[in-house]
Design a protein around this ligand. Sequence first.
Ligand code: TXA
Ligand code: MG
Length: 332
Amino acid sequence: METKIFGCRRESLALAREYILKDDVVAFHTETVYGLGANAFSDEAVRKVFALKGRPADNPLIAHVHRDYDISRLIDREPPYAAALRRAFLPGPLTMVYPSAKRVSRYVSCGLDTLAIRVPSSPVAQAFLWEVDLPIAAPSANLSKHVSPVTAQHVYDDFHGKIPLILDGGPCAGGIESTVLDCTGEVPQILRAGLVTREMIAEIAGDCGIYAAKAGERPKSPGMAYKHYSPRCRTAYFQAEERAAAIGCYQDERAAGGEPIFLCESEICAALAPYRVLDLGETPEEMARRLYALLRNAERQATLLIAIEPKQKDGVMAGVLNRLHRAFGVIT
Ligand code: TXA
Ligand code: MG
């Protein structure tokens, strides 16, 4: 199968609709990362997504809808705080988990009695969702465990020959996946940190928890139980105060004939000038935007990628650190 990469024009949208109605899978741009979309009402289409990615059967998908889609068709009920959050942040990088009305394919939620809904703000995603006027079940468009895609080329690298079409919207401005927020309880609870932060949610909802699975419990957001976002080279991880050890690690790799590369924030990069470095940037937003492209870039060049943890920890950095820890296999 030839994989076409088309911009968002009338003909490519019509083609995307044709594929979706035939239960084929279409990749599309969003403001966070590219998605691998299928008709959420179709068992066959949703199962294709799991098969293509090699995704574990217990990791549910997000249903994406356009901004005017009536989500009361898909969910059982909505707490008042969730309606307020929806008005404040959607369309945008916030996924909301509701009690499910069980209308979409049971494979979307993997047997959970909840449904995750997202209204992306990307004009390409909106145009695509309008064109099909269906909920589109879509995980990030990467092979399971690989780094999420932030360009059409990244999607192509993982799926060429396996999907018919990628709707190209250029590089994703957000760069890390949406915040996943459980809206089934009294108080909203963050299941996956992202660009909509706990502070932003608490300001609207009055309060916002952060979910941490208890020992032995099935996690509420099964995806967070897996190693994820991993570059295909060896990795090492150091705290900011362990810079000397990180340099030692770099030198050992060089001495052994390898190609080590550092991944760190701009300020530390400047101090590591004689070594090969990939610059994450200065602000949390910049680090979010650059992270996945740098990880994909690194895996092509480095035998060992050595990260030094950025100093900031709050706000958007919570999401960036979560992805960094998972990519480098750091359990927190
Ligand atoms: O930004 C994003 O969210 C991107 C773009 C394509 O929209 N999508 C994305 O999907 O990151 P995926 O499948 O890679 O991650 C979805 C996350 C997983 O951690 C999954 O476990 C969680 O959302 N999730 C999905 N449905 C859920 C549900 N009903 N309850 C709890 N967690 C859920
Ligand atoms: Mg993913």
